[in-house]
Design a binder for this molecule. Structure first.
Ligand code: PMP
Length: 289
């Protein structure tokens, strides 16, 4: 596998980062996860815009233009000769001293991995997935801004462990007020009385690109949308629930904490959104060639 690292495509065995990199020492950096389908990258510019916004929010000065980064993503996919897959794009603060001060880091490092991915087994998409509520909370916006897709994922990792220990594949994370924020790596939607509901980003959700796509599709499918705070009660009593993410795509949720959601999984709305999403991924995007 070829990895793009600081301007060069190198073999994965040669793709190495310093132990003094602040991305490793402090989780000081930002990242993106993108998908490509049929040799086209889905929502490339939106991902790169979010990367630059995340970098700006943490005062990380990018050494590359948006156009450069887009070009390097395409180069990496081409170098690995893949038609469909996943791209992980990471920008770290770079090599510095052992202290926290990011101004002492020389320059950021960027690496791009293009690979295949199967996040959840296929039957989850057909029959729905079990999710569990995690004890670990989303940090308050005053602690770690939820919009910033930073390398600081330890609270999500701990929450994921709790979900797995509860026998689920994904975990629902609440914010400090007890409202649903999102899942450990996905945004959450539910359907109640024909209305698509999702927590606002201000409740601690990442401004997911797939979340945005679902909101656009809701408009096209004439499904009314309500962005409002949700509790576990709202999920327990919803007609349908599904999760979204670049890696997970659109995945129906069968149960929360062992309690079945709605009557059938996937429900009719989830199926419509999943089909419309798949159609879009197969027919749009930035060509790789
Ligand atoms: N929430 C979190 C915490 C995530 O890490 C992700 C991305 N894996 C998402 C939501 C979904 O975002 P996107 O649709 O942009 O991939």
């Amino acid at each position: 596998m070829k990895i793009w690292l600081d301007g060069e495509l190198v073999d994965e065995t040669q793709a190495k980062i310093s132990v003094f990199d602040h991305g490793l020492l402090y989780g000081d950096g930002v990242f993106e996860g993108l998908r490509f389908y049929n040799r086209r990258v889905f929502r490339l510019e939106e991902h790169i815009d979010r990367l630059f916004a995340s970098a700006k929010a943490i005062l990380l000065k990018m050494s590359w233009s948006r156009e450069d980064v887009c070009r390097h993503v395409l180069e990496t996919i081409r170098a690995n000769d893949l038609d469909d897959g996943y791209v992980r794009l990471v920008v770290t603060r770079g090599t510095g001293g052992l202290g926290l001060n990011p101004h002492l880091c020389e320059k950021p490092s960027m690496f791009i991995i293009a690979s295949t991915i199967t996040l959840y087994p296929e039957e989850c998409y057909r029959e729905g997935m079990a999710v569990a509520t995690c004890a670990t909370r989303r940090p308050a916006p005053g602690a770690l801004m939820p919009q910033v897709k930073s390398l600081n994922y330890l609270n999500n990792v701990m929450a994921k462990v709790e979900a797995i220990q509860a026998g689920a594949m994904e975990g629902v994370m609440l914010n400090e007020q007890g409202y649903v924020a999102e899942c450990t790596g996905d945004n959450l939607f539910l359907i109640r009385d024909g209305v698509l509901c999702t927590p606002p980003v201000s409740d601690g959700a990442l401004d997911g690109i797939t979340r945005r796509v679902i909101l656009e599709l809701a408009d096209q499918l004439d499904v009314p949308v309500r962005e409002a705070s949700l509790t576990r009660y709202d999920i327990f009593t919803a007609d349908e629930c599904f999760l979204t993410g670049s890696a997970a795509e659109v995945i129906p949720v069968a149960s929360l904490d062992g309690r079945e959601i709605g009557n059938a999984c996937p429900g009719p709305f989830s199926e419509r959104f999943l089909a419309a999403f798949r159609e879009l991924t197969q027919t749009s995007g930035t060509p790789i060639d």
